[in-house]
Design a protein around this ligand. Structure first.
Ligand code: UD1
Length: 359
């Protein structure tokens, strides 16, 4: 028998992306046999990300080029390997863009997930970790928010795609006790691998705070736009729960272990519980980089809320998962990645003397 048929694999869709690549590093170091399926939409960028994942983990990445919206791609990868679980990252994620091209969002994120689940069922693979978001809470009634809070209404199509897939998974698990789904609700993922080898490669001008701060530090934008200073928060600017991408990655390993216990459909917040204001982020980033960051206070951004922080005690208790990295580390790691890769995955890795200790 073909050895790849005997061994049990985990399929990682979208494993060449920002959170996916960091998770693949964790999975490989935890000894999991995995197959990355990615449509390599960003081409050289995704290829380079996987190359660096291999370099970091010292193990080859088994890779299958395919798209979750293509049933024949899905059927092909499921017939090539013997999977026991899927970690499903593959999705598009820009909130603003989702309001302009909602059908693309529903197609990629909802139809893609639906087709994946149908093929999983066809091949009798009934364990999934789903990449969800705190955005499913909309405007929470209280913070820190826990998993018993109502979900929705959500203010944008991107967020709705996450909510709809969660609902689909709830219905599916209710229909058949053999299905198990861990819905991981990420708060605000930031940072990069401490090696500076992998990190976020934003497309175009970023909308999220941290990548925008980086852009200003690089001199590519003149100042940070601070959207609102009249919120009911510590200093009037918006408060969020920023989580290091490497902590998110270990959350996926913990969720995979949880699937082994046949939990049915379970949602977990992945956040630190620590709320940081925009101003606190700017100041911490200044300290990490030893650079002044110009900013301007502007009007609130439509759809934004004052505060969103996680009660992650369920994940602490049931997954045995605890984030270990604080905001200083998030800023330092993000800056190290930026200094080594000013053009993201597009250019050469730059190494200076002060980087030597970190690689
Ligand atoms: C946003 C999305 C959320 C998504 C998450 C992914 C919205 C309304 N929500 O969350 O659905 O899951 O990203 O990471 O877009 N800020 C500035 N200046 C900037 C950018 C942001 O002041 O240039 C402020 C915002 O007002 C907010 C905080 O920084 O208070 C964080 O913003 P951002 O990084 O965009 O994340 P969220 O809005 O929390």
């Amino acid at each position: 028998m073909d050895p790849s048929k005997r061994q049990k694999y985990v399929l990682v869709t979208g494993g060449a992306g920002y959170i996916g690549s960091h998770t693949v590093v964790e999975l490989l170091s935890a000894g999991y046999a995995i197959v990355v399926m990615d449509n390599m939409y960003l081409n050289d960028i995704n290829i380079e990300a996987l190359r660096r994942v291999e370099r970091l983990s010292g193990r080859p990445v088994q890779f299958f080029k395919g798209d979750v919206t293509c049933v024949s791609d899905l059927q092909r990868v499921f017939s090539l390997y013997n999977f026991w679980a899927v970690i499903h990252f593959a999705a598009i994620k820009a909130v603003g863009q989702s309001t302009r091209i909602p059908l693309d969002y529903y197609y990629n994120n909802v139809t893609g997930s639906l087709l994946l689940l149908r093929v999983m069922k066809e091949f009798n693979v009934k364990n999934i970790v789903f990449s969800s978001s705190a955005t499913v809470y909309g405007e929470p009634d209280k913070c820190p928010v826990d998993e018993t809070a109502r979900v929705g209404p959500v203010t944008n199509p991107y967020g709705r795609t996450k909510l709809f897939v969660e609902e689909m998974l709830r219905d599916l698990c209710a229909s058949d006790p053999d299905w198990n789904a861990c819905l991981l609700r990420y708060f605000n993922p930031v940072g990069a691998h401490p090696s500076g080898l992998i990190g976020e490669h934003p497309q175009g001008i970023p909308n999220n705070l941290m990548p925008y701060v980086i852009r200003v530090l690089q001199g590519r934008s003149p100042y940070v736009h601070i959207y609102g200073s009249d919120y009911d928060t510590v200093d009037g600017t918006g408060v969020r729960d920023y989580i290091h991408v490497c902590d998110l990655a270990t959350g996926h390993v913990a969720a995979l272990k949880k699937l082994d216990t046949k939990p049915g459909c379970v949602a977990y917040n992945l956040g630190t519980g620590v709320g940081l204001s925009v101003m606190e982020i700017v100041k911490t980033m200044e300290k990490a980089t030893q650079k002044k960051i110009p900013y301007k206070i502007e009007d609130r951004r439509p759809g934004d809320i004052a505060t969103c922080t996680a009660d992650a005690s369920l994940a602490n208790r049931e997954l045995g998962w605890y984030p270990t990295r604080g905001v200083e580390e998030m800023c330092e790691d993000m800056w190290r990645w930026t200094r080594k890769n000013p053009m993201g995955y597009d250019g050469e890795i730059l190494v200076s003397d002060e980087d030597d200790d970190s690689s």
